[in-house]
Design a binder for this molecule. Structure first.
Ligand SMILES: Nc1ncnc2c1ncn2[C@@H]1O[C@H](COP(=O)(O)OP(=O)(O)OP(=O)(O)O)[C@@H](O)[C@H]1O
Ligand SMILES: [Mg+2]
Length: 402
């Protein structure tokens, strides 16, 4: 992806690049007028659009961009990253947002493997409440995924990039209405390119919660086409079937959020939040001390039992992934790292994400290629053993200018 050539976009002074997604680059930047630090997302205008397709959408982008930005900018909520400003500077659309000093929920999941059940339910409940407020105002997020949930130092959560999938659509980095980026969290109606309402976001949130508590994505596959087919046509095993320590009550909340049709799901974010809070209330009543700092004593018999069970499983042959339906048992992990980061990852020919990133893969040989604008592609063919993690760390060689 090309990058702004000057240290300024709009009136914002770029300080440091903090990340990159499918649609644009995020900078830590400063608004010189009021000396406020902002997260500035810059999205290229009209790049990558084939000649001739821009006619119907080209000129009118500004206004649709503005409309979307105005709707998103009107959202003021403690669990939503505030959008301060949006505009265009030459070849760039930019969005100035509240800068979050923290990490994403994707990073938390990657670090924890499985997020503690109460913690995951708490995060999902807060997100569901934020979504409810947005949906009530007619704003659909369209890209709910762990990378868009920012975790603050006090561990509270704020939803980032409200409506931005649509904004980026206006910038035509893509030629269909489909979201470019990670497909794992898309609702079936989104895959079909159908009309969306708030229940599409609730589906995506269900997928996030599923992943957080089980440590695996419900619609994971190596090839994009398989992922999309799975979203449309398969019902994944319920979370408690994947990880037996997950309470059935939580498991059915997740499965209802992920209903194949919108009618099967929660009608509103606050209903989902209510069920999650009900579950959390019941859990903390059943296990007083569950939210206190953990000590050996407080960990209690349940944790000890889980530990024993885990040891039994290890002895029984290292088969952690016991789910009979979703996956063959022989899976391992590929961790993708590049210098610089943000390279597009092709795994066996299909795009799975951008570095840094970790994917669950079938055991065996895989083809990995990193691609990044301005750099030569880098490739490797790693072999992954069951339950093992292989780190693919490739330096990217910059192409010579001109
Ligand atoms: N408001 C913010 N404050 C601080 N850092 C942010 C903020 N928004 C995004 N980031 C950082 O920038 C990174 C890239 O964000 P970006 O939204 O471009 O990509 P993404 O969410 O991974 O994918 P997508 O392009 O599909 O939204 C995030 O992973 C996060 O680390
Ligand atoms: Mg984002």
């Amino acid at each position: 992806m090309k990058e702004p050539q000057t240290g300024k976009v709009g009136r914002y002074e770029l300080l440091a690049k903090v990340g990159q997604g499918a649609m644009g680059i995020v900078y830590r930047a400063q608004d010189p007028t009021i000396r406020r630090i902002v997260a500035l997302k810059v999205v290229p205008v009209d790049t990558g659009e084939p000649e001739g397709t821009s006619g119907s959408r080209g000129r009118s982008h500004g206004s649709s961009f503005d409309r979307e930005a105005q709707a998103a900018g009107a959202l003021l909520h403690p669990n939503i990253v505030t959008l301060y400003d949006a505009g265009r500077d030459g070849d760039w659309y930019y969005l100035a947002m509240e800068f979050i000093e923290g990490e994403t929920f994707a990073a938390e999941i990657a670090r924890e493997g499985r997020v503690r059940i109460e913690r995951a339910a708490e995060v999902a409940a807060a997100v569901a409440e934020a979504l409810d407020v947005a949906h009530e105002r007619g704003v659909i997020h369209r890209d709910i995924k762990p990378a868009n949930l920012m975790i603050l130092p006090d561990r509270s959560v704020k939803v980032a990039d409200f409506g931005i999938a649509r904004l980026a659509n206006a910038s035509a980095t893509m030629t269909t209405d489909m979201v470019v980026g990670t497909p794992y969290y898309m609702s079936p109606e989104q895959v079909r390119g159908g009309k969306l309402d708030g229940r599409s976001d609730l589906f995506s949130l269900g997928v996030v919660l599923y992943e957080a508590i089980t440590g695996r994505r419900p619609f994971q596959a190596d090839a994009l086409a398989t992922i999309l087919n799975n979203i449309l046509n398969t019902t994944p095993p319920a979370p408690h079937e994947v990880e037996p320590d997950i309470p059935r009550e939580l498991s059915s909340i997740v499965m209802r959020a992920m209903g194949r049709t919108p009618e099967e799901r929660y009608a509103r974010g606050k209903e989902l939040a209510g069920d999650l809070r009900g579950f959390l209330g019941a859990t903390s009543a059943a296990a007083p001390g569950g939210n206190r700092p953990r000590s050996w004593r407080a960990m209690g018999a349940g944790a000890l039992l889980a530990l024993v069970a885990a040891i039994v499983l290890i002895v029984a042959g290292g088969a952690f992934k016991l789910s009979p339906v979703a996956k063959p048992a022989a899976v391992g992990y590929l961790e993708f790292v590049s210098e610089p980061s943000g390279a597009e990852i092709f795994l066996d020919g299909a795009v799975v994400g951008r570095t840094p990133y970790t994917a669950e893969v079938s055991a065996g040989q895989h083809e990995v290629e990193f691609r990044k604008d301005g750099y030569y592609p880098a490739a490797q063919s790693p072999s992954v053993e069951p339950n093992k993690r292989v780190v693919i760390e490739l330096p990217m060689l910059a192409r010579k200018e001109g």
